[in-house]
Design a protein around this ligand. Structure first.
Ligand SMILES: *Cc1c(COP(=O)(O)O)cnc(C)c1O
Length: 469
């Protein structure tokens, strides 16, 4: 299996060539040259597998430069009951016949990003050791991604993490989650500014190519292909739990921000998994819903990005979306390059043709909807009253849209992207109760913290890295 760029660069690369990379050199995103096709016999064989063995089978179709025994060991080290809490790893939580949540949030940081990041940690450690190299991961976070990355990379040989976050602007729970890590290879830097300042510092350091090379700086952003690939696995795992035979169709609803999670569903569907609909649920930051309704993609500036009670979906542009558009436009890399390059730069938006718009639903199964704070609160209440299940705000956005888009006879599976304990304020608003938290995290906020506070200064961050590598 080889990989190419969505912007027309045809130079083919193997999996491990792109594992440690971000964007392709032409600014595009990496995708496989074609999607491996699964048939009825494969589905039947996979139905009985453990999550780790299923992950191994799916990864094997996309990775031909790691020996099978090693890849199998990596999958088994990653997807354990000890880390994810249950032998199924992603169990279904039935709400009523034909409606269930897919529990993706029982990893160390209580959000679905652990599903991919934990695998990435193992793959990075493996590949760096094989090459005899080290890597210093530099990132900016307003909460979720940073903590998932730190928990995935803690204690990994040859890897250090430098994670910038806006000082005093994360929830006490999120701060405690990150700052309580005592591993010597994890460095928390609280910048006296806002999230955008953190991101600007990361960009400035990465744009200093001499520094970047000299200090082996890398990233773990959401456009990494390995992260997306890891997420394909749970669509299969959920399908097997929701169906009895291999022809049955199901639909998925996915609370979406950067389009990484639902793009993995698209890949699973392109491989031949019998998915009827892929429902994209957004919050008030509805760039994606607008596209799926109108065919117009119009990223927003920071000033037009709203702060909502489902903050992990507060995005201005959907960084993985280009992958779907590449497939939608029959893999015309030159056109994708024009749309995401010149057109966005000069017009601030692009529009696809009516014929292409028709394909979104007909050929690719996509529909969409949006949810607001009021919807979220009402849906958290409804889910609690009707089913006795407490859900988080992002999952509530998903459930709200799922209820509107489900079809008779087709089971609807809603991806649970975080546990309610992470977003306690809105849960209290909706239900008047403090959401339960896993017992192991009872004392989280009172644990000793390891963090360096710094002004908004590229030079001081660089110096900190120099002093610690
Ligand atoms: C990251 C995140 C999302 C959005 O996922 P994308 O892959 O960016 O679409 C939704 N919910 C939660 C809780 C998240 O952390």
């Amino acid at each position: 299996m080889k990989y190419l760029s969505t912007r027309g660069d045809q130079a083919e690369r193997h999996f491990c060539d792109i594992l440690l990379e971000g964007l392709a050199p032409d600014g595009g995103l990496y995708l496989p040259t074609s999607y491996p096709q699964i048939d009825a016999a494969m589905l039947a064989r996979w139905r009985g597998l453990s999550y780790a063995d299923l992950a191994f089978e799916i990864l094997s179709l996309y990775i031909d430069d790691i020996p099978a025994a090693d890849l199998k060991a990596i999958a088994h080290r990653t997807y354990t009951e000890a880390v994810f809490g249950t032998p199924q790893i992603t169990p279904l939580k039935p709400l009523e016949p034909g409606l269930a949540l897919v529990a993706l949030s029982n990893g160390p940081t209580l959000a679905f990003k652990d599903m991919a990041m934990q695998l990435l940690g193992q793959l990075f450690e493996y590949e760096l050791q094989r090459r005899g190299e080290t890597l210093n991961i530099l990132g900016a976070t307003s909460g979720d991604t940073g903590s998932a990355a730190e928990y995935a990379m803690r204690g990994k040989a040859g890897i250090q993490v430098f994670m910038l976050s806006p000082h005093g602007r994360m929830s006490p729970f999120q701060q405690a989650q990150m700052f309580s890590l005592q591993d010597p290879n994890i460095h928390n830097i609280a910048v006296q500014g806002v999230f955008d300042d953190c991101q600007d510092i990361v960009k400035a350091v990465s744009n200093d190519l001499a520094f970047k090379r000299g200090h082996r700086i890398g990233t773990v952003n959401s456009i990494n292909w390995a992260r997306l690939l890891a997420q394909v696995v749970y669509y299969f795992a959920a399908y097997f739990q929701a169906t009895k035979t291999d022809g049955e169709r199901v639909s998925f609803t996915v609370p979406s921000g950067n389009f990484g999670n639902v793009c993995a569903g698209h890949v699973a569907r392109m491989m031949g998994l019998p998915i009827q609909r892929l429902v994209v649920a957004t919050n008030e930051n509805d760039v994606l819903d607008e596209f799926f309704r109108t065919g117009v993609y119009r990223p927003r500036g920071a000033a037009h990005t709203l702060e909502t009670s489902s903050p992990s979906m507060d995005i201005s542009k959907a960084s993985n979306f280009e992958r779907f558009v590449f497939d939608l436009l029959d893999r015309d890399g030159d056109r994708v390059k024009r749309l995401f390059g010149e057109e966005l730069a000069s017009n601030g938006f692009f529009e696809i043709t009516a014929e292409e718009r028709a394909r979104i639903g007909e050929r690719y199964g996509f529909v969409s909807g949006r949810s607001t704070h009021e919807d979220r609160v009402a849906t958290i209440r409804l889910c609690h009253q009707q089913y006795g299940v407490v859900i988080d705000t992002h999952t509530a956005d998903g459930l709200k849209v799922a209820l509107a888009k489900r079809e008779p006879g087709v089971p609807m599976l809603v991806l649970e992207t975080a546990l309610p304990a992470k977003f306690a304020v809105t849960i209290e608003e909706a239900l008047g109760i403090v959401p339960p938290r896993p017992a192991a995290l009872d004392d989280l906020e009172s644990r000793p913290k390891r963090v360096s506070v710094m002004p908004v200064s590229v030079d001081q961050v660089k110096q900190f890295i120099v002093d610690h590598v």
